[in-house]
Design a protein around this ligand. Structure first.
Ligand SMILES: [Zn+2]
Length: 408
C-alpha cells in the first residue's frame, strides 16, 4: 500500500469496519457506572504526528463521530479518571482511578537471542517466542492470579498486548501492578539472574518452554556459531563441566545435536552426583534465558501509561491490531494479518458479487454488516466472545448484589 493512500483507506475503515458498538460495550463494563467510559482518556495521533491527549466522550455516538471526523492514525487508551479528561484535565484534583492491567511483549526485545530476523521484522520462526510467552502468561494470569478476562491483541507489527480486564485487575494501584510484573519478570532486560527453579511458577514455565524447545532450537540454531556456544557455556559455572561440553560441541556441527550433547553431559554428571548448587539447574537457566517472555515492565506498572488500542491500524504496515485467540496462538501468522486495503477490497468484491446475484435473481439486497464480508470477521468473533464472558460476569455481579440486598 502506498503511503499517500493510507488516510483514504483509514477513512473508509473508520466508516465501515471499526467495531464501535462492541468497543463501547467493552469499555463501559456493564453500564452500572457510566464514568467507566465517559471519564476514560483516549489519545489520538493525527496526520503528521500531531498528538492530542485527554480526549473523552460522553456517548458511543460522540466517540464514533469524533473518530470518523479526526481519522486518527493511532488511538491510545489511557486510564479512567475521577472526572472528565476533556473538561477537567487541569483541575488540581484530576487523577487516574483505574485501568486494565496491560502487558506488552515486543519482538525486538528478543534480538539478543533470535537469529532469523531483527528489528521490526517478524516471521513464523520467531513468532514461536510469542507462542511460548502467551502460553506461560495465560497459565500464570489465570491460575496464579485468578483472572479470567484476558484480551490478547496483535500489536500491528511485531508484538502482542494483553489487556487484563477483571475488575480486581483494573483497580490495582501502581505499586500492586509493580508487584505483579516483578513476579512475572523472571528475566530483567534479557540477562540472566539466579532463578528459584523450585518455585512452581518457574517450574511450570520451564515445562512450557521444554514443549516448544526442540522446534525453537531447530529454527533458531542457538548453538551454531562459536560465539553463540560461548554465550550458552557462560551459564555453566564449573570449568571442568564446561570443558566436557565444549569437547562435545566440537564433535557436532548443528544446533539440535549440540543441545542434545549438552543435556547428556549434564544428565551424566547429575547421575554421578557431580553437580553442585551452582550447576544443578544450568539447563533450566539456559532455557529461561533463551525463551522466557521479555516483558516491558514500565507499560504494566504505570496506571497512567497509554497503550495502543485494539482495532487500531498500524500506519507502517496497514495491519489491524486484531484480537487473537490464545488457545490457537501457534496457528497465528503475523504476516497473514489483514491490511486495511485488503479488507476494503474484500468489501467491494462482496458487494459487487452480491449486486450481480440480486440483479440476476431479482432479489432484494442482503444487508450484511461490512466486517462480515471480510477476513476481520474471525477477530471480531473473538472480541465478541470475550465480551460475552465479561457480560456473564456482570450478570453474576448483579445477582450477587441483589442476593446481598435480600439478606437484609
Ligand atoms: Zn523471524
Amino acid at each position: 500500500m502506498a503511503n499517500d493512500q493510507f488516510p483514504d483507506y483509514l477513512n473508509v475503515y473508520y466508516k465501515r469496519l471499526f467495531p464501535y458498538t462492541q468497543f463501547h460495550k467493552w469499555l463501559s463494563y456493564g453500564n452500572g457506572n457510566p464514568e467507566n467510559f465517559t471519564n476514560r482518556e483516549f489519545s489520538f495521533t493525527l496526520h503528521e504526528d500531531i498528538y492530542i491527549r485527554f480526549q473523552s466522550f460522553n456517548t458511543l455516538q460522540e466517540f464514533e463521530a469524533e473518530i470518523q471526523n479526526r481519522c486518527p492514525f493511532k488511538i491510545d487508551i489511557g486510564a479512567v479518571f475521577n472526572m472528565s479528561p476533556k473538561v477537567c484535565r487541569n483541575y488540581p484534583q484530576f487523577h487516574a482511578m483505574e485501568k486494565e492491567l496491560v502487558i506488552d511483549i515486543d519482538m525486538t526485545d528478543y534480538d539478543t537471542v533470535r537469529t532469523c530476523c531483527s528489528g521490526a521484522d517478524v516471521c513464523q520462526k520467531c513468532w514461536r517466542f510469542m507462542v511460548i510467552a502467551v502460553k506461560i502468561l495465560e497459565c500464570s494470569l489465570r491460575d496464579d492470579f485468578g483472572w479470567n478476562h484476558l484480551l490478547w491483541v496483535f500489536s500491528g507489527r511485531r508484538g502482542i498486548h494483553c489487556w487484563i480486564c477483571d475488575e480486581s485487575a483494573r483497580k490495582l494501584s501502581p505499586s500492586e501492578r509493580g508487584a505483579v510484573i516483578d513476579y512475572l519478570s523472571v528475566l530483567t532486560a534479557g540477562e540472566s539472574k539466579r532463578y528459584n527453579v523450585n518455585h512452581p511458577f518457574i517450574r511450570r514455565s520451564i515445562a512450557i518452554i521444554n514443549e516448544e524447545f526442540d522446534n525453537l532450537n531447530l529454527e533458531q540454531n542457538f548453538l551454531e556459531t562459536s560465539e553463540q556456544c560461548n554465550k550458552i557455556l557462560s551459564f555453566i559455572n564449573d570449568e571442568k563441566l564446561k570443558e566436557q561440553i565444549n569437547i562435545q560441541f566440537s564433535k557436532y556441527q548443528n544446533s539440535p545435536q549440540r543441545w542434545e550433547a549438552l543435556t547428556l553431559v549434564i544428565q551424566n554428571n547429575h547421575k554421578r552426583g557431580l553437580l553442585n548448587y551452582k550447576t544443578k539447574f544450568c539447563v533450566e537457566d539456559i532455557l529461561l534465558y533463551l525463551a522466557y517472555p521479555r516483558l516491558d515492565v514500565n507499560v504494566t506498572k504505570g496506571l497512567n501509561h497509554l497503550l495502543k488500542s485494539p482495532f487500531c491500524v498500524h500506519p507502517k504496515t496497514g495491519k489491524v491490531c486484531i484480537p487473537i485467540n490464545p488457545k490457537v496462538i501457534d496457528k497465528f501468522n503475523p504476516n497473514a494479518v489483514p491490511t486495511i486495503n485488503v479488507l476494503i477490497d474484500e468489501i467491494n468484491d462482496y458487494d459487487k458479487k452480491q449486486k450481480e446475484i440480486v440483479n440476476d435473481a431479482n432479489m432484494s439486497i442482503n444487508r450484511l454488516k461490512d466486517y462480515k464480508k471480510t477476513s476481520m470477521l474471525k477477530s471480531i468473533s473473538i472480541f465478541e466472545e470475550f465480551l460475552r464472558n465479561l457480560e456473564n460476569s456482570w450478570k453474576g455481579n448483579k445477582i450477587k448484589i441483589s442476593d446481598a440486598k435480600m439478606d437484609f
